[in-house]
Write a protein that binds this ligand. Structure first.
Ligand SMILES: [Zn+2]
Length: 170
C-alpha cells in the first residue's frame, strides 16, 4: 500500500507523548517527508518519528519492523549427521563418555548420533527412525557417587590412601 504522503494524510508513527506507535495525521511535509504530525491518540503535534527511539532514529522508512520470527529448528537429518560413520559406532555403555556428534550403537535402538547433552551425564541420541532418546553416559567418572554406587575400576588397586591420584601411571 504505497500511500502518497500529503498533509492531512495518515500514517503509523511514534508518538513522543504517548510513547507508542499510533496513527498520526500529517501536519507538515518537508522534502516529501512528513515533518510534523498530529497524534490521533493524544492530539498533540510533534516531529515525525517513524520508529520508537532506539530503533534507529533516522532509519529509512522500513515497513513496520516485523519481529523476525525465530526460524523453526532445523530438521536434523539422521543420515547427514551419521555421515557414513556407522562403521565407527561405539557400543553404547553408560560408563563411557560421549561427545556431541559421536556415533553410538545401542543394543536396542541401533545406531544413534549424539545431538545434545541435556544435562550432566546425559546424552541425547538421535536414532535412524527419527526418535531421540536421552541416555545416561559418563557414569564411570569420579563424581558418579552422588547417583548411587558406580563401579570404580581402580579402587582396589592401591589401598594405600593414594588410590584417587595414582601418579606416574597414565
Ligand atoms: Zn500521542
Amino acid at each position: 500500500m504505497a500511500e502518497e504522503l500529503k498533509v492531512g494524510g495518515e500514517l503509523d508513527a511514534w508518538c513522543t507523548s504517548c510513547r507508542l506507535m499510533k496513527w498520526h495525521t500529517i501536519v507538515a511535509i518537508v522534502d516529501g517527508k512528513p515533518a510534523k504530525v498530529e497524534c490521533q491518540g493524544c492530539n498533540k503535534q510533534h516531529q515525525y518519528r517513524a520508529q520508537p527511539p532506539g530503533a534507529g532514529e533516522k532509519a529509512p522508512k522500513t515497513p513496520r519492523a516485523r519481529k523476525s520470527a525465530e526460524p523453526p529448528a532445523p530438521v536434523v537429518d539422521f543420515e547427514t549427521l551419521l555421515a557414513g560413520r556407522e562403521a565407527e559406532a561405539k557400543a553404547y555403555s553408560p560408563n563411557d563418555t560421549y561427545a556431541l556428534n559421536d556415533v553410538v550403537r545401542h543394543p536396542t535402538f541401533g545406531v544413534g548420533v549424539a545431538t545434545a547433552t541435556p544435562g550432566p551425564q546425559k546424552i541425547e541420541l538421535l536414532f535412524r527412525d527419527g526418535t531421540k532418546k536421552v541416555l545416561l553416559h559418563d557414569r564411570g567418572g569420579a563424581q558418579a557417587s552422588k547417583l548411587g554406587p558406580a563401579p570404580r575400576r581402580d579402587e582396589a588397586v592401591k589401598p594405600s590412601g593414594t588410590s584417587d591420584s595414582p601418579r606416574g601411571q597414565k
